[in-house]
Write a protein that binds this ligand. Structure first.
Ligand SMILES: Nc1ncnc2c1ncn2[C@@H]1O[C@H](COP(=O)(O)OP(=O)(O)OP(=O)(O)O)[C@@H](O)[C@H]1O
Ligand SMILES: [Mg+2]
Length: 276
């Protein structure tokens, strides 16, 4: 199976005000087609709110969301061709694995004969073909999350949004799911935005990491890049950055979430992943 057509994503001055507080404050960001970007930052910095505006679950107060160059501010969520994977994978408990994955295709009006091959391909991709007829309650947490992933990608989305998708899983499962999701996203060439407050997860999975604080990227990169990290001096091979700077502030100060990973050695196949 393949993504319908990966689209680039552009956020332009994207703002959401709740009451008198700007939860997201003039975020401008471009994500290239096929790129995976992680939004990383402390609790309450506006990551989910940003993602919900991209998904069409809430309307921006100001600014624009453009998918494939088309402004979608007023396009309802089910017309945006977006796959969504959240921490709470919210499978339908009374539907089998196959029925859960087929749901989005049924909603799009596809007939049974068109649906089954797509569902089978998605289940094969997440290695759950043998579990097709089970109910969610008879699956492990990791298996349930893979069903949710299959459900998100079966519609062949032009954009995949992941909000803390692995937060409910234990460390081992989390590590393997990080690799699996990344491989599937690469194989299908889907544009993806992932939200996390786990810097290791961000660096393992994403092409590019955008650190947010107080509703804003502390460094809003406007260009796609194959380097995984953000505002950092180049690390020595196999190691994470040793110093960071941003447009507005140094981010190797004690409060910087990025700081905690300084000097740590990584063996992930995806880190470091730098353009030559
Ligand atoms: N519906 C809402 N009404 C009022 N305030 C809201 C609403 N949704 C979010 N907020 C506020 O907006 C800010 C950003 O919230 P958001 O959920 O985007 O944070 P987050 O970065 O995803 O945090 P976390 O890592 O804890 O999930 C928070 O201060 C939150 O309290
Ligand atoms: Mg959140």
């Amino acid at each position: 199976m393949a993504a319908a057509k990966a689209s680039d994503l552009a956020l332009s001055g994207l703002t959401k005000v709740f009451g008198t507080t700007a939860a997201v404050d003039r975020v401008t960001l471009r994500i290239a087609a096929g790129e995976m970007v992680a939004l990383l930052g402390p609790s309450g910095c506006g990551k989910t709110t940003t993602l919900r505006m991209v998904a069409g679950l809430i309307e921006p107060t100001e600014g624009d969301v453009l998918i494939g160059g088309v402004r979608v501010n007023r396009t309802p969520v089910h017309h945006r061709n977006i796959g969504i994977l959240f921490q709470n994978y919210a499978l339908f408990p009374h539907l089998s694995v196959v029925e859960n994955v087929a749901f989005g295709l049924q909603m799009r009006g596809l007939g049974k004969s068109a649906i089954r091959p797509k569902v089978d391909a998605a289940l094969a991709l997440v290695q759950l073909s043998a579990f097709a007829d089970r109910l969610p309650a008879a699956l492990s947490g990791g298996q349930q999350q893979r069903v949710a992933l299959a459900r998100a990608i079966v519609i062949e989305p032009s954009l995949l949004l992941l909000d803390e998708p692995l937060g409910a899983l234990d460390r081992n499962l989390r590590d393997s799911m990080q690799v699996e999701i990344r491989q599937i996203q690469k194989r299908l060439g889907i544009t993806a935005v992932m939200v996390t407050h786990d810097q290791e997860e961000a660096l393992t999975m994403a092409d590019r990491v955008v650190i947010m604080r107080d509703g804003r990227p502390i460094r809003a990169s406007s260009q796609a890049s194959s380097a995984p990290a953000i505002s950092c001096a180049a690390p020595s091979p196999g190691r994470l950055p040793t110093s960071c700077t941003s447009n507005s502030a140094r981010v190797d100060e004690p409060s910087c979430p990025h700081r905690r990973m300084l000097g740590k050695t990584y063996s992930s196949p995806f880190v470091p992943r730098r353009s030559s």
